[in-house]
Design a binder for this molecule. Structure first.
Ligand code: NAD
Ligand code: ZN
Ligand code: ZN
Length: 345
C-alpha cells in the first residue's frame, strides 16, 4: 500500500509499505480520508520525534475492510472513525472517563498512544486499529469525517471543561479559527447561548468564522485586547480558548480573560505566561481557572459525532491526494488551508 511517512526530521515521503496484518482484536480499516493537523507540522519539524518511518495521520476515518476473529459489533464495509486516544481503558482515570490522561500513558506529561504519533497512522491506504478504538459513523461520509477525531474532539473537551462559564449571554473568545478553531466555534454555537468573538491573524479565516456563526470578528493586532475589553464593558471574556498558543495569543488570552473566567490553552505554539500570586504583577485577574487541555475523552468523541449526525457541526475541508501531501503541509504552514486539509489515499 502507499503511505505518507516521516522519514527524518523535516522529510516526508510517500512510500510503499506492507498492508498491516491484524490480530484477533484488531480491524483493518480502508482509509477514506485523513485530516492534517497543525500538530503534524510540529512533529515534522521536531528533531526529537523518535520514530522515523512512521506513517502520519491521527484523524482518520474509513471503512471496515477486515476483522480479527474476536471482533464483534462491527460489519464489513461499515463507516468508522478512529478514536484518537488509545488509552488502556482500565486504569483509574480511564474508568472515571478521563481516558485522555490515562495513567498508563507513561508519565505526567505523556499522551496515551495516538495513531500517527507513535503507532502508524491513517495517511495510507489502510490502518490497523484495535476494534475498541473505532466509533461507527452511520451515514456520515468518512472522506471528510476524520477531523472529528481531533479538530472536533479537542475543542469539545476544552469546551466541556468550561461549561460553568458558558452560560446564556456570556461572552466567549475563540483565538485561532483554523482546523480546531472552526470546529470549536460551531460547537459553541450549537451547544451554548454565548456571544462568540472570533480572533485570527488572517482575514480569510475570519470570513470562515463569520460563516460558522461568530457574532464578532477581530483581526489580531495590538488593538485586539482593547477591542474585546470595550465590547465587554472593560470586564473581559468569560471564557477564552486559545487554539494557537504562540506568545502573542497567550498574551492576548491573559489580557482579555474576565475575573473568574475559564482560560483554556489548546494550541501548542510554545507561548508561556508567568503566574504571580500577588496583585501587583499578576497577569491574570482573580478567580481565573487555567487548563492546559489535551485531546478528549470517549464521551466527548460521541458528542462530537452526534452533533455532526444532527447536521449542527461540519468540517470544512480541502482535499489533497496522498502524493500531494507535501503540498498540503506547505499550505497548512502558509496558513492558507480553509478549515482542514484532508488527504484522500
Ligand atoms: P491551524 O493551522 O489549522 O490553525 C491555526 C489558526 O491560528 C490559523 O487560522 C491561523 O491563521 C491562526 N493564527 C496563527 N497565528 C496567529 C496569531 N498570532 N493570532 C491569531 N491567530 C493566529 O492549526 P490547528 O490544526 O487548528 O492546530 C492549532 C494548534 O493546536 C496547534 O498548535 C496544534 O499543534 C494544537 N493542537 C493541540 C491539541 C491538544 O490536544 N492540546 C490537539 C490538536 C492540535
Ligand atoms: Zn492533532
Ligand atoms: Zn488508562
Amino acid at each position: 500500500m502507499r503511505a505518507l511517512q516521516l522519514v527524518s526530521a523535516g522529510v516526508l515521503e510517500v512510500r510503499d509499505a506492507p498492508v498491516p496484518e491484524i490480530g484477533p482484536d484488531e480491524v483493518l480499516v480502508k482509509v477514506a480520508g485523513a485530516g492534517l493537523c497543525h500538530s503534524d507540522v510540529h512533529v515534522l519539524h521536531s528533531p526529537e520525534w523518535p520514530i522515523p518511518g512512521m506513517t502520519l495521520g491521527h484523524e482518520s476515518a474509513g471503512y471496515v475492510s477486515k476483522m480479527g476473529n474476536d471482533v464483534t459489533g462491527l460489519a464489513e464495509g461499515e463507516a468508522v472513525l478512529v478514536y484518537l486516544v488509545w488509552a488502556c481503558g482500565v486504569c483509574r482515570p480511564c474508568i472515571e472517563g478521563r481516558d485522555n490522561v490515562c495513567v498508563n500513558a507513561g508519565g505526567r506529561d505523556a499522551m496515551p498512544p495516538c495513531p500517527g504519533l507513535g503507532p502508524d497512522g491513517g495517511m495510507a491506504e489502510f490502518i490497523k486499529v484495535k476494534a475498541r478504538y473505532l466509533e461507527p459513523l452511520g451515514d456520515l461520509d468518512p472522506v471528510t469525517a476524520g477531523p472529528l477525531a481531533d479538530a472536533g474532539l479537542t475543542p469539545m473537551h476544552a469546551i466541556n471543561g468550561a461549561r460553568h462559564r458558558l452560560t446564556p449571554g456570556a461572552t466567549v473568545a475563540v483565538i485561532g479559527v483554523g482546523g480546531l478553531g472552526h470546529m470549536g466555534l460551531q460547537i459553541l454555537k450549537a451547544t451554548t447561548g454565548c456571544r462568540i468573538i472570533a480572533i485570527d491573524s488572517s482575514e480569510q479565516k475570519l470570513e470562515i468564522a463569520r460563516e460558522h456563526g461568530a457574532d464578532e470578528i477581530f483581526l489580531s493586532n495590538s488593538d485586539t485586547a482593547a477591542q474585546v475589553l470595550a465590547l465587554t464593558d472593560g470586564y473581559g471574556a468569560d471564557a477564552v480558548f486559545d487554539f494557537v498558543g504562540v506568545q502573542p495569543t497567550v498574551d492576548l488570552a491573559t489580557q482579555i480573560i474576565a475575573p473568574d473566567g475559564a482560560l483554556r490553552f489548546v494550541g501548542l505554539g510554545g507561548g508561556s505566561f508567568t503566574y504571580a500570586a500577588d496583585s501587583l504583577t499578576s497577569t491574570i485577574p482573580w478567580g481565573v481557572d487555567v487548563r492546559r487541555s489535551y485531546g478528549g475523552t470517549r464521551s466527548d468523541q460521541r458528542q462530537v459525532i452526534e452533533l455532526a449526525k444532527l447536521g449542527k457541526i461540519s468540517v470544512e475541508t480541502k482535499q489533497y491526494s496522498l502524493e500531494d501531501g507535501k503540498q498540503a503541509f506547505a499550505d497548512l504552514e502558509a496558513g492558507i488551508v480553509p478549515g482542514r486539509a484532508i488527504l484522500v489515499p
